[in-house]
Design a protein around this ligand. Structure first.
Ligand code: NOJ
Length: 927
């Protein structure tokens, strides 16, 4: 019986992979009692006031008590000023019945505070540098200012809603919603001893227990929601709060469900949707032509976010124009969480990059990846056996296409027991791995968090004996269903469990891999096929006695912490590479992400850009989407366009579902192969730019890929554009994401309100575009519009190799595109591409500058890395004349260099041959 149920479930899970998402498997706000209750406040408002006389001020913060004037419950408020135009607001119950959960491990460390001065009059004014918070007592509200411009208000709508913990009413409440009577009875029996006199009952049938489909949530601690509104008077659009398959600009939720943040495994997710997906990053930005601000709502429980924006359309713009009015109401975001406390970071910008960096200062960045991780990855579910892996790798060589990493999905394991191999299909993994690494390639294997409940499996034995699994309310090991069948889930919140998990990666234990094998953590929402909404029940109990409800969105993050520690311990010299599906704020410190199980269709291709742009501003620059689409079979055109698009997203991996047709590039006609090869070569040629960008991400927090508004904050037409992206401030990429088109509209953003733009040079032809606005750009099969900004210098490597490792010492090409003043600048970072030696200064970090017909370099740090690379070629576009030759001077020796001409007036200075760590000056000689 048990066995047949298992088989049914697995078949069911596999079947549903092909059947498309059924939204009714996931809750709406109305079906989620805390969301429904908190949202109701939007019509009635709430009544909170500061209690005068409770104020305490400190050098960097103040505290005061708040009262709910309706039920007289009291709260403690703390407002802290942080370095970098940021405030932190925390509100908790003054005397909670039980401690409420405070998120741990999301911040990269304790935020650095800064001095404040406080002035008391009718309001309290807290000043820190150029920012200021003004607290109004009754009704309670805080207005935040940056350089005296009002940018954020907290509780201006009076939607603050804080359900204090209370004792359950003695009289049984109305039966819970839903249909699971048996569970309800059981729960009443379980609670019999806890029943206490009521303290202000909440009139909602889902307050103390809740059913969804066949699942019962026992809710032993009752209602405990927290919600708060944030208004942005200086903003016109809101963006952020990934992960949703939706536009970059957040849409108004009036009349729809709010955006949901609840890590879920959604099969065949649909696009243009506010439904929750695998990751939850509760950071939101508000942007207007003069100011950008952000809010990081630090809460790991299920969260819904309502958005109120006046959607500008032709009619509203016309009305505003005629009436001379600005938009009437500022955009508002209403965060609603099931439990925890209010812990909000208010980031005051003032410009987009400032806000992104302020968020990065709180939650950290991905560290510089190894170069291979930025190159091309070849995956599918599954490469069947050792021969398959070896032959796919060999085919890339046969067809002269670069490829860095082969991936193995779940089928490599012995019956989905992670840290083991299927000995029939993979009898000699170490040899297979060696064959790859000898070619300069890597292997990534999947390790999911669910553990097969098999008494003969060492991992399960250890977890059972040591009590490492997440527990049910009754204190038993929770059992769910996932790929291995019956499975349990390690409680990664327990540091001992993380240590145990980390130790499994040690090569003395995991003997069948080498230290060059990297890890893919999937299904870590966690995915539970038979759980409520395909995840873990909320009343499970974690380390520290916290309910799963409190920490759900952090589960994957804790899994990653274990893996990251494991890889670091395994080889302290090597930077780990991990790919994760679930993620929370701060997970970017440990892993790259991808957008999960997309579809092989054009709308999903379009959403790969939208979703990764949103992830990038929320800390996850290292983002990509399954190239080709996970489900379904892309035709040649879609596959070609997907490779061309994927080549300009930071994480570049082809992946496909087990039921799809094989789609390695050589299985397609010659024409498609050529297009794919050219996309791969393009990617490899820009690796120095990607690498430098990731170094600078680590140093500064500036995202690697950016929406246009990042650098064109005043250009309203650019605000919502999410079919184009910037790579740093150097490239502008507009992939072709429609079928059968021979041209696409590219928007060249304006730098001022007179519609002046930067110069943009087509990277293939060097044709220059000088005007801001839309332009129709012709495309061919082999071309997508990519432009380099006039004023930038981009480092490239143009020799074709099998893998990035073999490019380490290859020479560089510098592409210099001049601005209106005939100037350009750009950085390059290089090191050994693998170890942490760069943190001890073993690197070269240089800024190239071109002005007055001369190129010079300036080392930003001492060039201590010994590189065999050199500069092979310098391309200059936008000069307006052809020099007769050039003179390079290095180490006091001058030498003449030849010039060649390229299209559209670009020139090439051939073989400067200067080593990367040398100072030089290169002068162009006019006729
Ligand atoms: C779900 C992941 O999203 C997908 O990429 C993977 O192939 C399957 N799990 C099987 O591991």
């Amino acid at each position: 019986m048990r066995c047949s149920l298992f088989v049914c479930l697995i078949i069911g899970a596999l079947f549903s992979y092909g059947a498309g998402v059924d939204p009714s498997n996931f809750k709406t706000c109305e079906q989620s009692s805390f969301c429904r209750r908190s949202r109701k406040v939007q019509s009635s408002g709430s009544k909170y006031a500061l209690i005068r006389g409770t104020l305490n001020t400190y050098s960097d913060s103040l505290t005061a008590d708040l009262i709910n004037k309706e039920n007289h419950h009291q709260f403690t408020l703390k407002l802290e000023a942080l370095v970098g135009n940021t405030f932190r607001l925390q509100i908790d119950e003054k005397q909670p019945l039980r401690q409420r959960y405070r998120v741990e491990h999301a911040l990269k460390g304790k935020p650095e505070t800064t001095r404040i001065s406080v002035q008391e009059s009718d309001e309290l004014t807290i000043t820190a540098g150029t920012s200021k918070a003004v607290i109004h007592g009754d009704p309670f509200r805080i207005d935040f200012y940056e350089h005296d411009v009002h940018v954020v208000s907290v509780n201006a709508k009076n939607w603050l809603y804080f359900e204090h913990l209370r004792q359950k009413a003695q009289t049984p409440p109305e039966p819970a919603e839903g249909n699971d009577q048996a569970h309800q009875q059981q729960d009443h029996q379980d609670n019999s001893e806890e029943v206490q006199p009521a303290s202000e009952p909440i009139d909602d049938p889902g307050a103390w227990e809740e059913n969804f489909k066949s699942h019962h949530d026992s809710k032993p601690y009752g209602p405990q929601a927290v919600a708060l509104d944030f208004s942005f008077p200086a903003a016109e659009i809101l963006f952020g709060i990934p992960e949703h398959a939706d536009s970059f600009q957040l849409k108004s939720t009036s009349g729809t469900d709010p955006y949901r943040l609840y890590n879920l495994d959604v099969f065949e997710y649909v696009v243009d949707s506010k439904m929750a997906l695998y990751g939850s990053v509760p950071v939101l930005y508000a942007h207007g032509p003069k100011r950008t601000a952000g809010v990081y709502w630090q809460n790991a429980a299920e969260t819904w976010v309502d958005i109120y924006t006046t959607e500008t359309n032709v009619v509203s713009s016309l009305v505003n124009f005629v009436s001379g009015s600005r938009k009437s109401t500022p955009p508002v975001a209403h965060f609603i969480s099931e439990s925890g406390i209010v812990d909000a970071f208010i980031m005051l910008g003032p410009q987009p990059l400032d806000a992104f960096k302020q968020y990065a200062a709180l939650t950290g960045t991905h560290e510089l990846p190894q170069a291979f991780a930025l190159a091309y990855h070849q995956s599918r579910w599954n490469y069947n056996d050792e021969r398959d892996v070896t032959s796919v790798s060999a085919k890339f060589d046969e067809f002269n296409m670069p490829m860095d990493t082969m991936w193995l999905d779940i089928e490599y394991t012995d019956g989905k027991r992670y840290f083991t191999w299927d000995k029939f299909k993979f009898p000699e993994p170490l040899t297979m791995i060696k064959n790859l690494t000898e070619l300069g390639r890597h292997l990534v294997i999947i390790i999911d968090p669910h553990i097969k409940r098999d008494n003969a499996y060492f991992f399960h034995q250890d977890c059972t004996e040591n009590g490492y699994y997440v527990k049910t309310r009754e204190g038993n090991d929770y059992e769910g269903w996932c790929w291995p069948g019956s499975a349990s889930y390690p409680d990664f919140f327990n540091p001992v469990v993380r240590d145990y998990y980390a130790s499994q990666y040690d090569l003395s234990k995991f003997k069948t891999v080498s230290k060059d094998v990297m890890i893919w953590n999937d299904m870590n929402e966690p995915s539970v096929f038979n759980g409520p909404e395909v995840t873990a029940p909320k009343d499970l109990v974690h380390y520290g006695n916290w309910e799963h409800r409190d920490v759900h969105n952090l589960y994957g993050h804790m899994h990653l912490m274990g893996t990251f520690a494991g890889l670091k311990q395994r080889d302290p010299q090597q930077r780990p590479f991990i790919l994760t599906r679930a993620h929370f704020a701060g997970s970017q410190r440990y892993a790259a992400i991808w957008t999960g199980d997309n579809l092989a269709d054009w709308t999903h291709l379009q959403h790969s850009i939208k979703m990764c742009l949103t992830e990038a501003v929320a800390g996850f620059s290292f983002c990509g989407a399954d190239v080709g689409g996970f489900f379904g079979n892309p035709d040649s055109e879609l596959l070609e366009r997907w490779y061309q698009t994927g080549a300009f997203l930071p994480f570049f991996r082809a992946h496909a579902h087990i039921d799809t047709k094989r789609r390695e590039p050589w299985l397609f006609p010659e024409r498609t192969r050529a297009v794919i090869k050219s996309a791969l070569l393009t990617r490899y040629s820009y690796l120095p730019l990607w690498y430098t960008s990731f170094y600078e991400l680590e140093q500064t927090g500036a995202p690697v890929i950016r929406p246009l508004l990042t650098h064109y904050p005043a250009d309203k037409e650019a605000f919502a554009i999410d079919s184009q992206l910037l790579v740093q401030h150097r490239l502008l990429v507009r992939p072709v994401m429609q079928q059968g088109v021979s041209k696409v509209d590219v928007y060249f953003p304006a730098i001022d309100d007179k519609k002046n733009g930067d110069y943009w040079y087509d990277v293939d032809t060097f044709q220059r575009h000088e005007r801001a606005g839309y332009e129709s750009i012709p495309v061919t099969d082999d071309k997508i519009p990519v432009f380099q900004r006039g004023g930038s210098i981009v480092p490239k490597k143009e020799r074709q190799r099998r893998s990035s490792k073999l490019m380490l010492n290859d020479p560089y090409t510098l592409v210099i595109c001049l601005d209106r003043q005939g100037k350009a600048a750009g950085t390059l970072f290089l090191d050994d591409e693998k170890s942490y030696a760069y943190r001890n200064g073993e690197s070269i970090y240089v800024n190239y500058e071109f002005a007055n017909n001369q190129l010079t370099n300036r080392f930003i740090t001492k060039p201590l890395y010994k590189s065999d690379a050199w500069i092979e070629r310098i391309i200059i576009a936008g000069l307006g004349y052809v020099p007769i030759d050039a003179t390079i001077t290095a180490k006091g020796i001058s030498q003449k260099l030849e010039i060649e001409q390229r299209s559209n007036g670009a020139i090439v200075v051939r073989k400067p041959a200067v080593k990367m760590n040398l100072d030089f000056a290169l002068k162009l000689n006019a006729a």
